[in-house]
Design a protein around this ligand. Structure first.
Ligand code: DGL
Length: 269
């Protein structure tokens, strides 16, 4: 048993896709979430900048006494892992669990997998390389979709919003003739608009939610290592690096419970 909180971070709202799954799988856990809303997006920045930001997020979560850290961000998971790997705490990212789920999904089908993610993630080829390591017979089609994060962060998340469907359709166009059977949502923001993505790519393509897969892997690890919280009181706290209102409103809709975002100065960490 370990009653310290789990630390989760992302550039903004995306990590909530992992938070939601953690809350569902591990309802007794205390969780501390940090969304770097003052510096989002990460996906257009250099590996050096993303790593420096991730180091500050890790330092902040450590100052809160967390027992494990989840980088619920595809970009940090692809180009900024040294920040978490050197933290001295159990550190998890979204890459391996996501790739394992995709390989499993495509195994009995066409073995053609698409990956959509931020420009930094796609430039790193992190998902593609790992997929090929797992199964060299898989064809991987990687595509940067830079408009999706700003769309979500601006609050356009509704399935039937015309703007969302136009942005998603235009973004996914290069993948439409690739006959993929599985699509990795390699940025944790994307599952927030997964209905629009599913509609654009075709209903028979299986979408892999990286935040959800990572949360499931973390949950399994904590259970196996006897590090779960007991059934006593727990808390969920949300911190952001800029005005909390937008974040709190969107988070509340997405998580289905009230969320009080607190602003911190991340530059101090
Ligand atoms: N949600 C993040 C990811 O998974 C970051 C997106 C961004 O800030 O550009 O890549």
């Amino acid at each position: 048993m370990d009653n310290r909180p789990i630390g989760v971070f992302d550039s903004g709202l995306g990590g909530l896709t992992a938070e939601r799954e953690l809350e569902r799988l591990l309802p007794n856990e205390s969780i501390i979430y940090f969304g770097d809303t003052g510096r989002v997006p990460y996906g257009t920045k250099s590996p050096q900048t993303v790593t420096a930001y991730a180091r500050q997020a890790v330092a902040f979560l450590k100052s809160k006494g967390v027992k494990a850290i989840l980088a619920a961000c595809g970009t940090v998971s692809s180009v900024g892992n040294s920040a978490g790997e050197n933290s001295g705490l159990p550190y998890f990212n979204v890459l391996s669990p996501t790739v394992r789920a995709a390989a499993e999904s495509t195994r009995s089908k066409t073995k053609r997998v698409g990956v959509i993610a931020t420009p930094a993630t796609i430039r790193s080829e992190a998902y593609g390389k790992l997929l090929m390591e797992l199964d060299a017979t898989i064809d991987v089609f990687e595509l940067a979709t830079p408009l999706l994060v700003p769309t979500v962060e601006a609050g356009f998340t509704s399935y039937d919003d015309e703007l969302v469907s136009v942005v998603v359709r235009r973004s996914l166009e290069p993948l439409l003739d690739k006959e993929i059977d599985t699509l990795i949502l390699g940025c944790t923001h994307y599952p927030i608009i997964s209905e629009a993505i599913g509609k654009a790519i075709g209903r028979d393509v299986r979408l892999i939610n990286s935040g959800k897969e990572a949360a499931a892997a973390l949950s399994k690890h904590l259970d196996a290592a006897d590090m779960l919280h007991d059934e006593g009181p727990h808390e969920r706290l949300f911190y952001v690096s800029d005005v909390p209102q937008n974040f709190s409103d969107a988070a509340e809709i997405f998580l289905g419970h009230s969320v009080e975002g607190q602003k911190i100065n991340i530059e101090e960490y």
